[in-house]
Design a protein around this ligand. Structure first.
Ligand code: FES
Ligand code: FES
Length: 150
């Protein structure tokens, strides 16, 4: 079946199998920043934004994005690079597997709540797991980024 949607500002038309999930469609389309961590709605690594809201692409049927706007980290590269600098300044791990989803979550958080408290950041990011470390440095980095500290 054909599904039409907007991907990172471009109108695309993809041929998908019935029951195909968005993560597979995007990766087949060449968007490899979207990662399959658990494939079971538990890790957040597959997060993309649909109409500016974070969704788990491993649990969203591609047919559901017909006519919607899908955004991956490719469309916010400068912002992701700035966030990455904050991460490295705070000594937060960045494995490349979770990074893209983190950047998209922070982008969405900034739109929804530009001045979040520590607790609000924690709550917002709770679905994005990191297998490498604790979350304190990441939390500090996000706070610095949202506070505009370079
Ligand atoms: S791959 Fe989708 S939540 Fe883990
Ligand atoms: S830094 Fe990516 S999973 Fe921990």
């Amino acid at each position: 079946m054909l599904v039409k949607f907007n991907l990172n500002g471009l109108d695309v038309e993809v041929n998908v199998k019935p029951g195909e999930y968005l993560i597979d469609t995007l990766r087949n389309y060449g968007v490899k920043s979207v990662k399959k961590g658990c494939d079971g709605s538990s890790c957040g690594a597959c997060t993309v934004l649909v109409d500016d809201k974070p969704v788990l692409s491993c649990s969203l049927l591609t047919a559901k994005v017909e006519g919607h706007n899908v955004m991956t980290v490719e469309s916010i590269q400068d912002e992701a690079a700035a966030l990455s600098e904050c991460f490295s300044r705070e000594g937060a791990d960045q494995c490349g597997f979770c990074n893209a989803a983190f950047a998209l979550m922070v982008h969405a958080l900034k739109k929804e709540n530009p001045h979040p408290t520590d607790e609000e950041i924690k709550d917002y990011m709770v679905g994005n797991l990191c297998r490498c470390t604790g979350y304190q440095s990441q939390q500090k980095a996000i706070k610095a980024f949202l506070g505009g500290k370079k």
